[in-house]
Ligand binder design. Structure first.
Ligand SMILES: NC(=O)c1ccc[n+]([C@@H]2O[C@H](COP(=O)([O-])OP(=O)(O)OC[C@H]3O[C@@H](n4cnc5c(N)ncnc54)[C@H](OP(=O)(O)O)[C@@H]3O)[C@@H](O)[C@H]2O)c1
Length: 334
C-alpha cells in the first residue's frame, strides 16, 4: 500500500440514497433519560448536557443523528428534537435524522401504527432514514419491507435501512424494496477495532456489492477504545449499568485489548489526538466510503474529542497497521 494521504472530512453518500452525510453521526442512545429497559443502560443526562453534546457535534461537522423508539420509549427522539429546536441554527434545522422501529414481540402491522408517534416525538422533523432495529419481528422480512415501503410512498419517511440484519436478510430486504422501486440504504451493525465479525460473516462484502452503507454502532466498544479503563481499571467499578459485566470490561478483557490500546496511544501521540480519534478514523477509512460510525457521548468532552476524528488523515499504511494489530488482538487466545 502506498503512503498517499487519505482525504477526510467530506460528506459522503449514504449507500443507495441521495443523502450526503458526514462520515460520523452522533449516536443518541445516551439521550434515553434513564427510561425503559434499554434506556437504563446509560445514566440519565439533563437537557442542558444533551444540548451541549448536540451543539458540539454540529460545530464539529456532524450533520446527522441516530436515535430509536426503544431509546427510552421515544425519550431520545424527543430530547434530540428539543435540543435541535433550541439550538435553532441553520445546521440544526437541516440536520438529518435516522430513527428505528422496534420489532421485538411485534408484527409488521405495527409499523404504520407507530410511525405517527415517531414523527410526533421528533417534533415533526423529517425522518431521513427509518430502520428496522432488529431482525426479530413476528413477520417476515418481506412483510416488514412492504410496510416500510408504504411509509416512503406516503411521504412519512425518506429512506429505509435495517439494523443487525445478516447478509441474507439484507439481500432479501433489498430485493423486496426493489419491487417497490426502492433500495435498501443501510445496515447498522456492531463494528469496531475490537469486533470485526462483519468482515468475516459476509455482511460487509454484501453491503459493498449492493451499495448498502454500513453504520457502525458501538464504534468505541462502549468506551474501551479510549484506553481510560486500561489506565484506571477502578473506573469499571463505578460504571452504572451492565457494561461492567461484559467480557471486554473484565480484567482479562482489558489485558487482551491492551496491545491495541498501546498502538492507538502511540499513533495518537504522533497526531496529537486521542486514541478514540484514531479508532474512529480507522473505521471510516478502512473500507472506502462504505462505513459510517455513530459514537455515543455521555459527556460533552467525548463529543468534542470524537468529532475531531474527521479532521486529520491516517496514512493507508497506518490504517493497515492498526488493522493488523486489531486482528491479532481479536484472535489472540490470551
Ligand atoms: N442498532 C443497534 O442495535 C445499536 C446498538 C448499540 C448502539 N447503537 C447506536 O450506536 C451508538 C453508539 O454505540 P454505543 O453507545 O453502544 O457505544 P460507543 O459509541 O462505542 O461508546 C459510547 C460510550 O463510550 C464512552 N466514550 C465515548 N467517547 C469517549 C471518549 N472520547 N473518551 C472516553 N470515553 C468515551 C462514553 O461512556 P462512559 O463515559 O460512560 O464511559 C460513551 O457513552 C448509540 O448511541 C446508538 O445510537 C445501536
Amino acid at each position: 500500500m502506498s503512503e498517499e494521504t487519505i482525504t477526510v472530512n467530506h460528506l459522503r453518500k449514504l449507500g443507495n440514497s441521495n443523502l450526503s452525510l458526514s462520515p460520523l453521526g452522533l449516536g443518541c442512545w445516551q439521550f434515553s433519560n434513564g427510561k425503559g429497559t434499554v434506556g437504563k443502560f446509560w445514566p440519565a443526562l439533563g437537557l442542558e448536557d444533551v444540548l451541549k453534546i448536540v451543539q458540539t457535534s454540529l460545530d464539529g461537522g456532524i450533520n446527522w443523528f441516530d436515535t430509536a423508539e426503544v431509546y427510552g420509549g421515544g425519550q431520545s427522539e424527543k430530547m434530540l428534537a428539543d435540543a435541535l429546536k433550541q439550538i435553532g441554527t441553520s445546521e440544526a434545522e437541516h440536520a438529518y435524522i435516522a430513527t428505528k422501529w422496534w420489532p421485538i414481540l411485534r408484527s409488521a402491522g405495527n409499523i404504520p401504527k407507530t410511525i405517527d408517534e415517531r414523527i410526533s416525538m421528533l417534533d415533526h422533523r423529517t425522518i431521513h432514514l427509518y430502520q428496522v432495529h432488529q431482525p426479530y419481528s413476528f413477520s417476515s422480512v418481506a412483510r416488514q419491507m412492504k410496510e416500510m415501503a408504504k411509509l416512503v410512498k406516503q411521504g412519512k419517511v425518506q429512506n429505509i435501512g435495517v439494523s443487525n440484519f445478516s447478509a441474507k436478510q439484507m439481500r432479501e430486504a433489498d430485493t423486496v424494496l426493489k419491487e417497490h422501486g426502492l433500495r435498501l440504504v443501510s445496515n447498522q451493525v456492531k463494528y469496531s477495532l475490537l469486533d470485526r465479525r462483519i468482515e468475516e460473516n459476509g455482511i460487509l462484502d454484501t453491503a459493498k456489492e449492493l451499495g448498502v452503507a454500513i453504520i457502525a454502532y458501538s464504534p468505541l466498544e462502549q468506551g474501551i477504545l479510549s484506553g481510560k479503563f486500561h489506565s484506571n481499571p477502578s473506573l469499571v467499578k463505578s460504571i452504572k449499568g451492565p457494561r461492567k459485566w461484559m467480557p471486554t470490561f473484565r480484567d482479562s478483557g482489558l489485558r487482551k485489548s491492551k496491545p491495541l490500546i498501546d498502538e492507538l496511544e502511540q499513533l495518537a501521540r504522533k497526531y496529537d489526538v486521542s486514541p478514540t480519534q484514531i479508532a474512529l478514523n480507522w473505521l471510516i477509512h478502512a473500507h472506502g466510503e462504505t462505513v459510517f460510525a455513530i459514537p455515543g457521548a455521555s459527556k460533552v468532552h467525548h463529543a468534542e474529542q470524537n468529532v475531531k476524528a474527521m479532521t486529520f488523515s491516517l496514512t493507508p499504511a497506518e490504517v493497515e497497521w492498526i488493522g493488523k494489530i486489531s486482528h491479532q488482538v481479536i484472535h489472540s487466545t490470551k
